[in-house]
Write a protein that binds this ligand. Structure first.
Ligand SMILES: *Cc1c(COP(=O)(O)O)cnc(C)c1O
Length: 395
């Protein structure tokens, strides 16, 4: 496996574990045990059963006939939007909550920006009867009231991060501080392929169920295990990592990642990390991130809250550097119209994040017999207000 993390937690020059001394014990404990625990028969049995009966997997691989006709090619949608809680994030939180239980942890902490990961974490904590504390920037709490309400209904405590810009990176700092203060009983549940090793590898592994299913479903529908291309949006990169995972070493499959260009790549208001970013350490790993000359993080912007992250996971930084994945970007406007197009052609309202992946269809030269899989990471219910307002849908 060419793109596997090495023993020290690096993908090429990216990754690693750049953490405060006080967290070494926790990270080491996780690093030593995660592979072994995940490989255990009883773990896999419980994980697979929950993915099936609780999440509703396998998620369908749907042949989008009218969308295919429009682009004169064959397009399948991997329907992660049909999962319980409405997106791919729950694949990972289920995996990590089972791991936390086996490590004997009784208190779960997480940080969240848009609130999606907070909801996915609060959901599995309710399921497993574990205490759940979610750190969230004070500004994000105001912006994302429905998700805050969901977390509270699920029994989680939502703690505001009141320092700095009062957004995701401040919530991350608070979560790390909490973990340092509560090393014994607490498990830190990270929501994407980011953070110190072993988190990126672990989250990719839990999300890899997506590409595993695509292989079986492709065989079923097309008589071969692989598509010619997979397209996924990238915030931190977990839905993309999951959709790519089993194809990373298969060069027949082109991997296309789509970043949020916000108001435009040169507008100063975007989240296009691979274009605008440079090497640096964020959230405990060396990766590409948006920073100024002094290494201060530049606040990202996207209409889609889930893509509004100033870095990308180290695996993706490596895939981009080696040319294994190619990166396109989509602006707010392009994503909104791609979201409307899918709604009108297929009767599926996609999450604004997923709409960025769909917007990339306009930027690719397709051959008629080529097969493309778009990872539809989530459903658009949460974004309805934004769609209606921005597209001026009145009747
Ligand atoms: C959170 C989220 C994303 C972005 O996160 P990744 O880790 O990049 O996958 C994309 N789509 C949806 C629906 C999300 O909720």
């Amino acid at each position: 496996m060419k793109y596997e993390v090495n023993r020290l937690g690096f993908y090429g020059k990216y990754g690693g574990a750049f953490i405060p001394e006080l967290l070494h014990f926790n990270i080491e404990e996780l690093e030593e045990k995660y592979k072994e625990i995940i490989a255990e028969k009883s773990f896999q049995k419980e994980f697979q059963a929950l993915l099936k009966d609780y999440v509703g997997r396998p998620s369908p691989l749907y042949y989008a006939k009218r969308l295919s006709e429009k682009y004169n090619t064959k397009i399948y949608l991997k329907r992660e939007d049909l999962n319980h809680t409405g997106a791919h994030k729950v694949n990972n939180t289920i995996g990590q909550i089972l791991l936390a239980k086996r490590l004997g942890k009784t208190r779960i902490i997480a940080e969240t920006g848009a609130g999606q990961h907070g909801v996915a974490t609060a959901t599995v904590c309710a399921l497993m009867n574990l205490k759940c504390i979610v750190y969230m920037g004070e500004i994000d709490i105001k912006r994302q009231a429905p998700n805050v309400a969901r977390m509270k209904m699920l029994g989680a405590e939502v703690r505001p991060a009141k320092s700095g810009s009062k957004t995701l990176k401040d919530a991350t700092n608070e979560a790390i501080r909490d973990w340092i203060n509560n090393p014994e009983d607490t498990y830190y549940l990270i929501g994407s392929v980011v953070g110190p090793h072993p988190y990126p590898d672990m989250v990719a592994l839990f999300q890899s169920v997506i590409s595993k299913e695509i292989m079986d479903q492709m065989m079923d529908k097309e008589g071969r295990t692989y598509p010619d291309r997979i397209i996924a949006c990238i915030g931190g990169g977990s839905n993309a990592a999951g959709a790519y995972y089993h194809y990373l070493d298969d060069n027949r499959v082109e991997l296309v990642s789509v970043e949020a260009a916000g108001l435009g790549l040169k507008s100063g208001e975007s989240a296009a990390t691979s274009v605008l970013g440079s090497d640096g350490v964020i959230h405990g790993s060396m990766t590409l991130l948006m920073q100024d000359k002094d290494g201060q993080i530049i606040e990202p912007y996207s209409i889609s809250a889930g893509l509004d992250y100033p870095g990308i996971g180290p695996l993706h930084a490596h895939l981009i550097e080696t040319g294994r994945s190619i990166v396109l970007s989509a602006t707010d406007k392009e994503a909104l119209s791609a979201g409307l197009l899918l709604t009108r052609l297929e009767g599926i309202i996609p999450a604004l994040e997923s709409a960025h992946a769909l917007a990339a269809l306009d930027k690719i030269d397709f051959k008629p017999n080529e097969i493309t899989v778009v990872n539809l990471s989530g459903r658009g219910d949460k974004d309805l207000e934004t769609y209606i307002r921005e597209l001026k849908i009145t009747e």
